[in-house]
Design a protein around this ligand. Structure first.
Ligand SMILES: *[C@@H]1O[C@H](CO)[C@@H](O)[C@H](O)[C@H]1NC(C)=O
Ligand SMILES: *[C@@H]1O[C@H](CO)[C@@H](O)[C@H](O)[C@H]1NC(C)=O
Ligand SMILES: [Zn+2]
Length: 458
């Protein structure tokens, strides 16, 4: 009796390794796999749905970590998203293999896997567009299956800061697609720090911005963020950890990329993209990873494609430990939400703020940085921090900011920077991201042919 129970338990742990073949699993099979991994690893996995598609399929996310079902102060949230273009399918396979690898490494007590799951909470959404996947054919370049069931390109469907700057938000309010809405709500539910979004049709790590309105961000044909040094580093970590992405000229009909990386806008501008939204509105640094020249690689290529990407996928997660993290406390010693945590020389369109635990996470390369922390009724705090390279230690530098109450001098309060910290336009946009929507669909309505031309690439 007890020996058969033992056998059953053993099978629960052993079977997954044999079940996950290198092939394209249907949405149903993928769901069953995730349910089974979740059921057999309750200590390190948590399966949840962020919403449903147009056709009512669940958008399943598997979270992995020591406390997989909730945020832990000091433990950064990381995510991978694949298959938002339903016909770009390699990412689905890679993320399932990654789940398998993380669980296997943890179960066999491999140091890197233990360290990663002790220090990080990793969220994996293997398909953001299962409806599109159901429609996809196995063509390498065409767009069959790219869109959701409403015919929308999900990577053009997010509220766009630059469009919002051009025209006042609210003017062109449109309904978000359910898959986009699910991701926007997801971003509000967790403070994601680092992310990547897996595509196909090229071999390159692309970083924000994807769009521009011709303002100061436009530098020599690129649309450059205030954190360009960090983005360039992140993109190069992926490309140089990949088997051959950094060679930069791997796909015949796509332009060569120096070091296998590119600024998104410089490659080709697009509006309503997911990576810009993550960075600008949710303070989550996201890359768009193009992982195969062919959007639907033949199944026999999958083992080699996994081998090409495995180290890069793991090394990239570890980058969530760059920079500095900590909490902001008010004069009473209570962690505060909404405090502005700014780094000199980095004028983010929406300034980074502490989350509901009073935490901030700031990805930075090693160096000395001047931080300014602003919170109503408290003195502006400025501190210079020496930032080491965190990923090797699986932790960013930890630093808490302790605020002091402003001395009440009559007449001074209204001009205190703390009173003026709300940057109304950005707050409005953040609220819009939750309530209404500012997604503009002009790119889609201009004409299908334009969309097809552009979408041939990624
Ligand atoms: C995941 O597994 C846990 C533990 O067995 C279970 O309680 C939970 O319902 C599972 N989640 C899903 C979505 O099935
Ligand atoms: C940071 O400042 C310290 C002195 O406070 C100095 O020794 C160090 O070289 C600086 N690091 C960088 C990267 O500038
Ligand atoms: Zn794509």
């Amino acid at each position: 009796m007890s020996s058969s129970l033992l056998l059953l338990l053993l099978l629960l742990f052993i079977v997954p390794a044999f079940m996950l073949e290198f092939r394209y699993h249907s949405n149903r099979e993928m769901e069953q796999y995730l349910l089974q991994v979740n059921a057999s690893n309750p200590d390190i996995t948590h399966l949840y749905s962020i919403g449903t598609t147009v056709r009512g399929q669940q958008l399943w996310v598997l979270a992995l970590g020591d406390s997989p079902d909730h945020h832990t102060v000091g433990v950064p949230e990381f995510k991978y998203v694949a298959n938002m273009h339903g016909n770009e399918v390699l990412g689905r396979v890679l993320l399932l293999q990654l789940i398998e690898e993380l669980v296997r490494g943890y179960r066999s007590s491999e140091t890197w896997s233990l360290q990663l799951l002790h220090s990080t909470r990793i969220h994996i959404l293997p398909t953001m567009n299962p409806d599109g996947f159901d429609n996809a054919d196995n063509n390498c370049v065409y767009v069959q299956g790219r869109f959701n069931s409403n015919g929308a390109d999900l990577n053009r469907g997010f509220p766009d800061t630059f469009a919002g700057l051009r025209q006042q938000p609210n003017v062109n309010e449109q309904k978000m697609e359910p898959e986009v809405r699910a991701v926007v709500d997801w971003l509000k539910s967790e403070t994601f720090v680092l992310s990547a979004n897996l595509h196909g049709g090229a071999l390159v790590a692309s970083y924000p911005y994807d769009n521009s309105n011709g303002g100061p961000e436009l530098v020599g044909g690129a649309s450059v963020t205030p954190d360009n040094d960090v983005f360039l580093h992140l993109a190069k970590v992926y490309s140089s950890s990949h088997a051959h992405m950094s060679k930069g000229n791997q796909c015949e009909d796509v332009s060569p990329f120096q070091d296998g990386v590119t600024n998104g806008y410089q490659w080709y501008p697009l509006e309503g993209g997911m990576q810009d939204f993550n960075y600008v509105w949710a303070q989550c640094l996201e890359l768009t990873l193009e992982l195969s020249c062919c959007k639907f690689p033949p199944p026999e290529d999958l083992p080699a494609l996994w081998t090409d990407n495995k180290q890069a996928l793991l090394a990239y997660i570890q980058q969530v430990h760059l920079g500095v993290k900590g909490r902001v406390f008010d004069a009473a010693g209570v962690p505060v939400q909404g405090a502005l945590v700014e780094v000199r020389g980095r004028q983010n369109l929406c300034p980074f703020r502490t989350n509901r635990f009073g935490e901030y996470y700031r990805l930075l390369l090693p160096g000395n940085y001047s931080f300014t922390v602003t919170y109503p009724d408290h003195e502006v705090l400025t501190d210079t921090l020496a930032v080491p390279y965190g990923p090797d230690q699986f932790s960013a530098k930890q630093h808490d900011f302790l605020l002091r109450r402003t001395t009440t001098l009559t007449g001074l309060a209204p001009t205190e920077p703390a009173q003026a910290d709300l940057t109304p336009t950005c707050s409005q946009r953040l609220n819009l991201a939750g309530g209404g929507a500012t997604a503009r669909w002009s790119a889609l309505t201009v004409g299908f042919s334009l969309v097809v031309l552009r979408s041939l690439v990624d």
